[in-house]
Design a protein around this ligand. Structure first.
Ligand SMILES: NC(=O)c1ccc[n+]([C@@H]2O[C@H](COP(=O)([O-])OP(=O)(O)OC[C@H]3O[C@@H](n4cnc5c(N)ncnc54)[C@H](OP(=O)(O)O)[C@@H]3O)[C@@H](O)[C@H]2O)c1
Length: 336
């Protein structure tokens, strides 16, 4: 692209959409012109972008004429319908939904891991699942030094991962609870305040895994280009407003010490170590919120593996940023 790209955001009014705008500003991402797209519900509303008031338009078949980069965060169904239309109109689509992630013709990119795959695109580049990104950014530099054979991880996922309406539901249900009122869940399947539950994606009746868990397992193998890595995942929604956390235990091919892991992670791109045993200070979603890095701490030997091949860590990351908008803008920067 010779000139600054003309950029469209499909889903500009959503939780991720708002972070596209903030991240482009923060990183001074050069934009020739911005087109703001959402559903018919948002037509006529405006967003502010670099001193300009931009009127939101309804996403339709003609939205992508003259667009160089189309950032999609409007769900899988919208992506499946409109991403091919955008590509036909000449745009490169960077999609945050799960629609194309496992398509063998679509690169699934975390720039810290496989930026080299961006060049393989045929019009669409997929941003991985946010829980996969949170785990894989710190695991990749370890995997490169000492192959990880097996990972077991459990997530503590925030409301923001389910979008802007779920964040409102956490606030509203908490307020209702404190006021002694009843509250009927509208977005998530269960009462949210002071509770936690299985991730709200569909549970596969055959395997018992929910959709989020399946995505993390499949996407890890695709991104690491390692079909042999064993991954076990439990995904849980917790009453945290923003930023996902994870307890991760991994087993390497060769013995590994916590000292080696700390040394590797202290130089790893996209990782910040937060690991103060004396102060009992470790990664927390409240600290990860608004941060670009994946916070990693509680780095310790897994004592259940006496062979010395296994390490446990705890991570927290802002899944609206590194798990979605930031990862997408990093890809756009590399395209540009
Ligand atoms: N939240 C996260 O942490 C996260 C992380 C990674 C990936 N993602 C993915 O990113 C996507 C968006 O997530 P989100 O959390 O931002 O959701 P959200 O807050 O619910 O926002 C959804 C966006 O999609 C738009 N939209 C809905 N139906 C539409 C239609 N028929 N035509 C055009 N636009 C439509 C909405 O516009 P209106 O306001 O007009 O309805 C809104 O801008 C999803 O695919 C999600 O899986 C989210």
């Amino acid at each position: 692209m010779k000139n600054d790209p003309v950029v469209a955001i499909a889903g500009v009014t959503g939780a991720v959409g708002a972070e596209f705008i903030a991240t482009m500003d923060k990183r001074a991402f050069r934009v020739g012109k911005l087109k703001a797209l959402a559903s018919a519900r948002s037509v006529g509303k405006t967003i502010d972008f670099r001193g300009e008031r931009i009127t939101i338009e309804e996403l339709n078949e003609t939205s992508f004429e003259g667009i160089d980069i189309a950032l999609f965060s409007a769900g899988g169904g919208i992506a499946r319908t409109f991403a091919p239309i955008a590509v036909k109109a000449g745009a490169v689509v960077i999609d945050n939904s799960s629609a194309f992630r496992m398509d063998p013709n679509v690169p699934l990119v975390i720039p810290e891991i496989n930026a080299d795959r961006i060049g393989d695109h045929k019009g669409i580049i997929a941003v991985p699942n946010c829980s996969a990104i949170t785990a894989l950014v710190p695991l990749w530099p370890i995997h490169r030094v000492n192959r990880i054979k097996r990972v077991i991880l459990s997530t503590y996922q925030a409301a923001s991962g389910a979008g802007a309406a779920a964040m409102r539901e956490l606030l509203d249900s908490t307020r209702a609870c404190l006021d002694g009122q009843t509250y009927q869940p509208k977005v998530l399947p269960h009462f949210y305040a002071f509770n936690l539950f299985n991730h709200d994606s569909t549970v596969d009746p055959a395997t018992g895994y929910n959709g989020e868990e399946t995505k993390v397992m499949q996407e890890t193998r695709k991104i690491f280009e390692d079909d042999g890595i064993a991954v076990g995942v439990t995904c849980v929604r917790v009453p945290v407003l923003r930023a996902h956390s994870q307890a991760i235990t991994f087993e390497c091919e060769n013995p590994i010490t916590e000292h080696e892991v700390r040394a590797i992670l202290s130089n790893a791109p996209g990782v910040k170590i937060v690991d103060d045993r004396a102060k009992n200070y470790f990664p927390m979603p409240i600290d990860a919120s608004g941060q670009d890095d994946v916070l990693v701490g509680r780095i310790r030997r897994d004592l259940s593996d006496p062979s010395g091949h296994s390490i446990s860590i705890f991570a927290a990351a802002d899944q609206l940023l590194k798990g979605a908008a930031l990862n997408a803008i990093q890809i756009a920067e590399l395209l540009h």
